[in-house]
Design a protein. Structure first.
Length: 392
């Protein structure tokens, strides 16, 4: 009986019987229990509080510490796998109109699933054929909080007007500022209905939005992604994270990317949105170029970038083709971030651009000269070579 083995293990840890805890723990794992089965036992028998107390007490318990750590790793992996299982998410949504206990359990499972539950929850709201279930799904999305924001923002622009209004209200209730540029964009979309524009504008103001420049707002978000703010990454400790897109017939589609390059891909995505709105936005172009170069640098050996095929040009070619002003801006950003690899890429691009007179910004910052004092000697050499070639 796996449930009894779990309960025995927790009991012996809590009463400080390491030999019995080790024996029951080994028996549990020797039984062939899977990570998902362990997580299900803990969840369905309301053992979460007991587990937390046992783990705190048992991690450093002599004799039982290793099996306690094994239990913790297995439980966390099982919880993760269960929470993101789409069949389980579907069943959890169905539970939202069941008994009180079923509703509580279904809601808890969906909140644990985070952004992975958003596509199916949004489909219920789009269908609109069950008001009770729709209200429950809306409440769950608000409980998921920031994990629901980027998927909803990815979908919002292509939804039917009445669903756009509902999504604006959900984003307003969540209150996460990442949605600000998307709401501002929708509020200024001429083809949107007045009701949609008003709902987007109200949500925009409630989130603290003040700008009227949508391109600048997207560029500001791109800068946050470029700076790798951890609050923008749903699961920083996971090997992959999701970049969301929306198709009319398929709904929300998630593309898994290595977590190491997730922030840079999102920086490029939001910078591109800024450029689509205002092609002359130099800040957005510099962010796009910098993120593109950094993405290539951060991709580890053996990892695959699913968006690499979308680029017609290499990051180095695009950086050079963007011109000396952009290369200089990228160099300044790289210096501020102490990103040596990006500094060297920017110097290389700057050295290949035409027009030596534009290499220095009259009266402004001189990032190439700053490189002569950069703490990495390779950067100093790179900058000296470019300067020597340009000034001779």
């Amino acid at each position: 009986d796996s449930t009894k083995l779990v309960e025995d293990f927790l009991h012996y840890v809590l009463i400080a019987k390491p030999d019995l805890a080790e024996a029951s723990g080994n028996a549990l794992f020797d039984s062939g229990i899977t990570d998902e089965q362990l997580a299900t036992i803990v969840s369905e028998n309301d053992l979460d509080d007991k587990v937390e107390r046992a783990l705190r007490r048992g991690r450093n318990m002599e004799g039982a510490g290793p099996v306690v750590m094994q239990f913790e790793r297995s439980l966390e992996e099982g919880r993760l796998n269960l929470s993101r299982n789409q069949d389980r998410i579907k069943k959890s949504i169905e539970m939202l109109t069941g008994t009180m206990r079923a509703q509580m359990l279904g809601k808890r499972r969906l909140v644990e699933a985070g952004e992975y539950a958003v596509p199916q929850l949004l489909e219920v709201i789009k269908a609109g054929n069950n008001p009770e279930l729709e209200l429950a799904c809306t409440n769950v999305l608000e409980e998921i909080k920031r994990f629901a924001v980027l998927p909803l923002c990815a979908a919002m622009g292509d939804l039917a007007p009445e669903i756009q209004v509902k999504v604006c209200r959900i984003l307003s209730a969540i209150g996460w500022p990442t949605a600000i540029p998307y709401l501002l964009d929708l509020s200024q979309t001429k083809t949107a209905s007045k009701e949609v524009r008003d709902a987007a504008s109200l949500a925009f103001r409630r989130l603290g939005g003040t700008s009227t420049d949508t391109s600048a707002a997207f560029a500001a978000l791109a800068r946050k992604f470029f700076d790798e703010e951890q609050s923008l990454v749903a699961y920083p400790s996971d090997p992959t994270n999701i970049v969301w897109s929306y198709e009319t017939h398929s709904g929300l589609i998630g593309t898994s990317v290595p977590t190491e390059i997730y922030s840079q891909i999102m920086a490029m995505k939001t910078a591109r949105m800024a450029l689509d709105l205002e092609p002359s936005n130099r800040t957005a172009l510099a962010l796009y170029v910098a993120a593109d170069l950094r993405r290539e640098n951060q991709l580890a050996s053996g990892q695959v970038d699913p968006f690499a095929a979308d680029s017609r040009y290499s990051p180095q070619f695009f950086a050079t083709a963007s011109g000396v002003d952009i290369a200089r801006s990228v160099l300044a950003m790289a210096i501020d971030k102490s990103d040596t690899a990006l500094v060297r890429d920017a110097i290389e691009a700057l050295g290949k651009t035409e027009g030596s007179g534009a290499m220095f910004n009259s009266g402004g910052r001189q990032p190439l000269l700053e490189c002569l004092r950069y703490p990495d000697r390779r950067v100093q050499y790179d900058a000296a070579l470019v300067l020597g070639f340009r000034l001779r």
